[in-house]
Ligand binder design. Structure first.
Ligand SMILES: [Fe+2]
Length: 196
């Protein structure tokens, strides 16, 4: 049972810098391959990965969010994206637009190798590689998704307004215009065949 902390009085925590876990998140979420149907570009490869791995966890999120929902109230959290691929597409988060496009976000990489895939509403996408210590600023109108391109967990810390809102539906319908794929030569961007 997670603690029921009220308002802004006790929203401090401790980040374990070995395991990258938060001591007292207000919310914790584990996302497995089967909950990412529609997000990875190759459905047959996804079903095979679900069956081969027993529905592996792709990423975990722990956040500290005040109950007060307003654009000027900050929340923060840690995301751990595990290493792996579906077909040749690297493990990633669902990704989202902020429902409120005035709400920006900052990501700081803590461990592993990966990056942030970002996209405008009209489908212009770019990928910024991140290693521990790199911070990326996300504009409020950009969709964003974390991608693990390495062999270990890719861990980030993020700060965002709690009232930003998560619009997953646009990504669920159309995906990102680019995929981050990996092969022997490393990770690179490829056009998403599903993008319309
Ligand atoms: Fe966000």
């Amino acid at each position: 049972m997670l603690p029921d902390r009220d308002m802004l009085s006790d929203l401090s925590t401790h980040l374990d810098l070995d395991r990258f876990t938060l001591r007292n998140p207000t919310r914790r979420r584990e996302v497995t391959l089967s909950s990412l149907r529609g997000y990875f570009s190759a459905p047959a490869a996804l079903e095979k990965a679900i069956s081969d791995t027993g529905d592996a966890v792709v990423y975990e999120v722990e956040v500290v969010e005040p109950k007060e929902q307003a654009p000027n109230i900050l929340a923060y959290g840690v995301t751990r994206v595990f290493p792996g691929r579906v077909g040749n597409e690297c493990y990633m988060t669902k990704g989202h637009f902020h429902a409120d496009p005035t709400c920006t976000e900052i990501y700081l990489a803590l461990a592993g190798r990966g990056g942030l895939l970002q996209m405008t509403r009209d489908g212009r996408s770019f990928f910024q590689e991140m290693r521990a210590g790199d911070a990326v600023y996300v504009r409020g109108d950009m969709a964003h998704r974390l991608v693990n391109t390495g062999d270990d967990a890719f861990v980030t810390w993020a700060v965002y307004p709690v009232g930003a809102g998560h619009d997953y539906s646009t990504i669920a319908e159309r995906g990102f215009s680019s995929l981050v794929v990996g092969d022997e030569s490393g990770a690179h961007l490829a056009p998403n065949p599903r993008w319309a």
